[in-house]
Ligand binder design. Structure first.
Ligand code: PBG
Length: 335
């Protein structure tokens, strides 16, 4: 018991009162996370029954299509909303214009078909649209005169989107950052009868160092050499520009807009949430995964609590969907 102060009870307002008990903490909890908030990105490679570790992303593997289908079935079981497929294209299939992206029998299409056959409509299948898994130079588009040529690239991206929609993908996710691509892809999909296929636009995608491990995972790092993507991905210094990108993508028909990377860009998620009323996704990218995983392995962080805190941070900032390589673990922890 505290002695009553002659000046009245001090302080009158004690926020710690509601933090005292587990029940009161739960009762006043403002932000929640469920497996339905998760999108699980996976890396698919050739072969069957085979998985190989990715050195820069401990705990993440490149898997053959049959194992990718198993992953998808597990995702359904765990209540995860979507799986996002990234292909590891064999070097001999890469070209300067990334034309293998248009092959109906390429890895991403085979994985999409396999997952759709096994899981039907019980989870969303997200296919990335960009040419970097298919180009010899590792850029997301066609390079002409040392520049990624916007309009020519957009034509190919439309073909890539249709190819993936035909294979059964339900969400097209353009990650290329070409101008005007959302509108053109929307029209192209509609013209082919894919009016129900959604577009999740990588709208505010920054030129980030945090994509490093992903580029190892899909094998585009060596193609890219030392080159950067600064002429098409956003400058990390900018935030008003993110609002313009998103306004354009909404106008062009995006169903969901994404912010990427995640944790260093929570201010962008919050700004978009305050300014627009459409679903916002956030991508906890490969470098963020590596930071959390390696620090946990080194004993500097408790993996589970740190990862769960990062998930809640995304939800609190205003994202409804979180792409994370921790998706399966998080869904298990939430069980
Ligand atoms: C390709 C693409 C990238 C990522 C998703 N799609 C890499 C890049 O833009 O270089 C990064 C994802 C990650 O780092 O986890 N357009």
């Amino acid at each position: 018991m505290q002695t009553p102060s002659p000046y009245g009870s001090f302080p009158n307002t004690r926020l710690r009162r509601m933090r005292r008990w587990p029940w009161s903490r739960t009762m006043v909890q403002e932000t929640h996370l469920t497996p339905a908030n998760l999108i699980w990105p996976i890396f698919v490679k050739e072969g069957s029954g085979s998985a190989e570790p990715i050195a820069s992303m401990p705990g993440v593997e490149r898997v053959s299509v049959d194992l990718a289908v198993e992953h998808a079935a597990e995702a359904v079981e765990l209540g995860i909303s979507c799986i996002a497929i990234f292909p590891v294209t064999p070097a001999h299939l890469k070209s300067d214009d990334g034309r293998h992206s248009l092959d109906p029998d390429n890895l991403i299409c085979r994985a999409t078909k396999g997952i759709r056959d096994r899981c039907g409509d019980s989870l969303g299948i997200v296919c990335d649209v960009a040419l970097d898994p298919y180009t010899t130079h590792g850029h997301d588009g066609v390079v002409i005169d040392n520049d990624v040529a916007n309009d020519i690239t957009v034509d190919i991206l439309c073909g890539q989107a249709i190819n993936q929609a035909r294979a059964g993908c339900t969400v097209i996710a353009p990650s290329d950052m070409m101008d005007g691509r959302i509108g053109r892809i929307r029209k192209a999909l509609d013209a082919e009868g894919f009016t129900h296929v959604a577009i999740m636009s990588y709208a505010a995608k920054y030129a980030s160092a945090f994509y490093g491990p992903f580029r190892d995972a899909v094998g585009s790092a060596k193609n890219l050499g030392g080159a950067t993507k600064k002429t098409y991905q956003m400058d990390p210094c900018n935030t008003d520009e993110a609002l313009r990108e998103v306004a354009l993508d909404i106008d062009e028909g995006a169903d969901i807009v994404m912010v990427k990377p995640g944790m260093p860009y929570l201010d962008i998620v919050r700004r978009l949430h305050d300014n627009f009323s459409l679903p916002i996704a956030v991508y906890q990218v490969s470098g963020e995964y590596a930071m959390l995983k390696l620090a946990s392995q080194a004993g500097s962080l408790d993996e589970r609590t740190a990862v769960m805190e990062s998930m809640i941070a995304f939800r609190r900032a205003g994202a409804c969907s979180i792409l994370t390589y921790f998706a399966k673990r998080v869904a298990q922890w939430l069980q």
